[in-house]
Design a protein. Structure first.
Length: 336
């Protein structure tokens, strides 16, 4: 795992192991170099080409089987994203990053409920006005499953794109704050605690030269933030979906649904849940996807939501930047 230049110092070995255990794979030089090499290899081009061919063929075949033209692009996008994501996890060595972020999200589930009690009420008040709107029911009911899934992917894609624009700004604010006190605080209870205190006391050390996070390491932190944020947002969107299923099954009579959707015959229902009609599922799904996009924007732009969603995670990223700063300084000293 470690290079020859760092093998003489077991502290650096322990630090690299700490990086890997804390979802910071790209902070380890060998992992970063391997990911960069694989990203530029011909194999990546071949895999991407095969993904396009296979997903296109599967999409066209499924569209013919179900006789829905919209099923083709929906399947192509879904399968393509699944294969591309799997390739990134295993070949580009992002698996440790994503797994750690998911585990971190699961460990913090106890904070999701308080977060939901703050974020959901105002959102539900706003979205409920759309739920009791005949045009929204008519629009949702008119969408076939393929088109509805494309709309959901559109909302999700916009949410991810917005996060990918804004989250790097969150990361950039961290390395701008690195100073002596930052190093003492962030390296506490890490393999570099002693070295962090010593480096913080060195008045001649140019901390800015080691603190700036760029390239793969920067995107490592962005990916951690992205996964944790998406897990929280998906849980909130699932809460919106469940609320409207319950609310609709209690308040939306069949005749009202027929009048609002323009469906004259049977509405159809979820097997085993006769009160939950197909149009109700569609409109709930549509509005929960819309809520996901709305919450994504709110959590980044609204200071109250931002602290709730990012507070504890940002402290962990600060620790990562602090340990990395000391790690790079020690490597440089050893190579001199």
């Amino acid at each position: 795992m470690t290079s020859g230049s760092t093998a003489a110092d077991p502290t650096l070995d322990r630090t690299e192991s700490w990086f890997l255990a804390n979802g910071l794979s790209y902070f380890v030089p060998e992992e970063r170099a391997a990911a960069r090499r694989d990203l530029r290899s011909r194999r990546t081009v071949v895999v991407l080409t095969l993904v396009v061919i296979v997903t296109g063929a599967v999409g066209v075949l499924l569209a013919r089987l179900v006789d829905q033209t919209s099923a083709a692009p929906a399947v192509v996008l879904s399968v393509g994203l699944a294969i591309g994501g799997t390739y990134a996890l295993y070949v580009l060595r992002a698996r440790g990053i994503v797994w750690w972020a998911l585990a971190r999200s699961l460990r913090s589930l106890r904070t999701v409920l308080p977060m939901m009690t703050r974020a959901l009420p105002l959102l539900l008040v706003f979205v409920t006005f759309l739920f009791i709107n005949a045009e929204v029911w008519q629009l949702s009911a008119s969408l076939d499953p393929g088109t509805l899934w494309l709309v959901v992917l559109l909302f999700a894609g916009l949410a991810v794109a917005f996060l990918l624009v804004r989250l790097p700004e969150e990361v950039d604010t961290i390395d701008d704050e690195v100073d002596a006190d930052f190093l003492r605080r962030t390296t506490r209870r890490t393999p570099l605690e002693e070295q962090g205190r010593a480096l913080a006391s060195d008045a001649d050390m140019d901390l800015a030269a080691y603190a700036t996070v760029t390239g793969f390491e920067r995107w490592n932190l962005v990916l951690v933030l992205l996964v944790i944020q998406l897990v929280q947002l998906l849980l909130l969107a699932a809460g919106v979906f469940g609320f409207f299923l319950l609310f609709g099954s209690l308040t939306m009579e069949a005749e009202t649904q027929r009048a609002w959707t323009g469906i004259s015959g049977e509405l159809g229902s979820v097997p085993g849940l006769s009160n939950i009609s197909v149009p109700l599922v569609k409109v709930s799904f549509f509005l929960s996807a819309f809520s996901l996009l709305y919450l994504t924007v709110s959590t980044v732009t609204d200071e109250t939501y931002r602290e709730q969603f990012f507070g504890s995670v940002m402290r962990e990223l600060e620790r990562a930047v602090g340990v990395r700063t000391v790690y790079l300084a020690l490597r440089d000293r050893q190579q001199v």
